[in-house]
Write a protein of this length. Sequence first.
Length: 249
Amino acid sequence: MSDPELLVPARYCGPPDSGNGGWVCGSLAALADPGTGTGTGRRWPSIEVTLTAPPPLDVALRTSRETPEGPLTLCAGETAVAAARPGATDPDPVPPVSPAVARAAAAAFSGAGHPFPTCFVCGPDRAEGDGLRIFPGPSGDGPADARRVAATWTPDRSDADDTAGRASLPATWAALDCAGGWAGGIGERVMVLGRMTARIDRLPALDEEHVVVGEVRGHEGRKTFAATSLYAASGTLVGCAAQTWIELR
């Protein structure tokens, strides 16, 4: 059996000419690990995905493994784009905030300095039902030296997993993506996602409000380390991620 291919439709862009990092990572994670359980009880252990080149849009990308236990590699021609492998550890979740706090934080999102205004996840130029329109604004909670952001997200049927009746795994990873960039200061300097490790405890229910939170956790040269979490309105953790962002030269 040949290895599956992955195509990133232009709808799922981050920068205008390449795929949104979270959506691409989640799509590769779905191919790397089928998860456990079925239906609403389906979950995925920690999966680490490293992006090594901008994922091209509307191009069939091939996947391969050198060994059954090795990483699943995604390539555009001879160029390695990403690799997925089991996560070494579980991400440490960011503490939740209430939906009311998250709504207020999102209302304070100005998009000032947005480097990619057509981003599938956080682009203010995307219409309802086309982009996720997750706008992480300052949440005003946490210690003074920890920059935290929050927003709300209500998954709709345009990003549903038909087998589960919930949001798809790529859409869930995408929802966990950009809050880390905004916590890390993407409005002040242009960064792209370099690595993301996520654990998904359940797929988000459609048409129900969820809370996305992000927190910066350190800097090292051009690297910014961040974490994000996705919660149901009840406060139940849906998924969490650890990220490395790379500042562009």
